[in-house]
Design a protein around this ligand. Structure first.
Ligand code: NDP
Length: 257
């Protein structure tokens, strides 16, 4: 029983922003569990390197890569169509691509506000909508949106990020409200502070690092591997009646003051 609950063998999964960082780790976990994985990123060289590494470890026939900009509606539509036409029915979508931009709000340019909102929030709507257009007629599909502790918590200097990740919570709910009746399952994973390239400068900052350790009941940074188990649980049949939720994976950060 347990093995079928968590078996995703042969399911086609697109993970946006999976050329590195959290998306790469989740894609790796899905491939380990038997999925056919479509990697994505902007930089073709970095994406190709990740694809080559995955192909070596998981078998080239199960690893695909599509470089496209998740903020470009036309590029998103043609990418989803080409997955459907050339690989097969998309079953799992992880909306992971995201960017950070740190500047006090009084100095924040509207162009940077819009770039962060488009990359972190509008993209999840665009890719989610195109995926759902394919999944709904089939009556099955899983969408996992990557949120953040900033879905719940604000901090100085990251206003657009906080707003975009708060939006991911309600986008997850809106998708659930409209699509769950058609057999789709939509949830969000909200990572705490995870050590990746995006956060390397914070890890290197002694004061910030000490603050994170003190602020986190588990007293450590998260690792990308901490996110893989929850993603697998949401991707498989073991979580079928979990819908519209934001699952915080943060060592307890958001439950203490
Ligand atoms: P990284 O900066 O390590 O990786 C970002 C990935 O997104 C890369 O693959 C990048 O591609 C891709 N990407 C960025 N913009 C676009 C775009 N417009 N179109 C397609 N791909 C794009 O980020 P993380 O792994 O740290 O973060 C991943 C997600 O997790 C984000 O949504 C982030 O907000 C969230 N998160 C991260 C936390 C952390 O502590 N790191 C904590 C909580 C949430 P390329 O390599 O080509 O640039």
């Amino acid at each position: 029983m347990a093995s079928t609950l968590f078996d995703i063998t042969g399911r086609i999964a697109l993970v946006t922003g999976s050329s590195r960082g959290i998306g790469r780790a989740i894609a790796d976990g899905l491939a380990d569990a038997g999925a056919i994985v479509v990697l994505n990123g902007l930089d073709p060289a970095r994406l190709a390197a990740t694809q080559a590494d995955f192909a070596r470890r998981h078998g080239a026939e199960r690893i695909h890569a599509l470089a496209f900009d998740v903020t470009d509606a036309d590029a998103v539509a043609s990418a989803i169509q080409s997955i459907e036409d050339e690989i097969g029915p998309l079953r799992i979508l992880v909306n992971n691509a995201g960017v950070q931009h740190r500047v006090p709000m009084l100095d924040l340019d509207v162009a940077d506000w819009e770039r962060v909102m488009k990359t972190n929030l509008t993209s999840a709507f665009l890719v989610g909508r195109e995926a759902a257009r394919q999944m709904i007629p089939r009556g099955e599909g899983t969408i996992i949106n990557i949120a953040s502790v900033q879905t719940d918590l604000a901090r100085p200097t990251i206003a657009p990020y906080t707003v975009s990740k708060g939006g991911i919570r309600n986008l997850t709910r809106a998708m659930t409200a409209e699509w769950a009746a058609h057999g789709l399952q939509i949830n969000a994973i909200a990572p705490g502070y995870i050590h990746t390239e995006m956060t390397q400068n914070l890890v290197d900052d002694e004061t910030f690092n000490a603050w994170i350790l003190g602020r986190t009941p588990a007293h450590r940074w998260g690792t990308i591997d901490d996110l893989v188990g929850p993603a697998l649980w949401l991707a498989g049949d073991g979580s079928k009646f979990v819908n519209g939720q934001v699952i915080f994976i943060d060592g307890g950060m958001t439950v203490v003051v």
